[in-house]
Design a protein around this ligand. Sequence first.
Ligand SMILES: Nc1ncnc2c1ncn2[C@@H]1O[C@H](COP(=O)(O)OP(=O)(O)OP(=O)(O)O)[C@@H](O)[C@H]1O
Length: 250
Amino acid sequence: MPCSIELKNVSQSFGNIDSTITLFENLDLSINQGQSYAITGPSGAGKSSLLMLLSGLEKPTSGEGNFINDNQLLTLDNLRAEIGFIFQQFHLLPELTALHNIALPLKLRGDKKAIKKAEHWLEKVGLSDRAHHKPAQLSGGEQQRVAIARALVFSPKFIFADEPTGNLDQHNANEISDILFSCCQENNAGLVIVTHSNVLASKAQNIYSLANGELTKTSPISITDQQSEKHTAQHLTKNLSTNEKQVPSC
Ligand SMILES: Nc1ncnc2c1ncn2[C@@H]1O[C@H](COP(=O)(O)OP(=O)(O)OP(=O)(O)O)[C@@H](O)[C@H]1O
């Protein structure tokens, strides 16, 4: 049975006696396993902070966060073993090869088939021929493929991605987002993406905007916006090399 995460009446503030920033107050949000979500909004609105609350890695100033699994209401601390993260900066371990970066979450769980499963995931993200390369020997797009495989290799129920294509040119961004969405769908993982990209956000089944402390569900971004964003990105990246591999079907 699919599980879910819910935030109820949640507020988040940072600061001390002298100054306090309140990002949002009394916010409600539910995330279901198997569905995809995008959170957009201006810089500093609190998107990454909201992702931290959803994942249970940070606690709200007030309000409630629940993980509902098999009709049981649990605290978000119980999510730890069920989540994978993907970051803009990839955050791979530099001294490990692509294969060993992917195998690491399984090894930490004591899985004896860690390497076999990691090889399978390298193939899924189209990088079998880069198994023994270290992150510094991989392109940005290739590093993000490794990060996606590492996040999904232990079949987590939810994936949280903070600007997963923010460091990539438009060509690679499209490939990586296609891999990310198809891998999450195939693994029935809930996917929550924080992004400034309307093109990326429009691929999610549920799109939210966080601005001025308000979280609003929005309709898919209009084609006109996407075309103008694509045009700008193409203009900015037309001289960049695009010699990445074809998108594998996950
Ligand atoms: N642990 C923290 N302590 C103090 N302030 C924090 C902390 N985490 C975030 N903030 C502040 O909260 C605000 C929102 O940060 P956050 O990273 O969540 O925004 P964002 O919408 O993801 O921004 P961007 O799109 O630029 O990444 C910022 O002003 C940030 O400095």
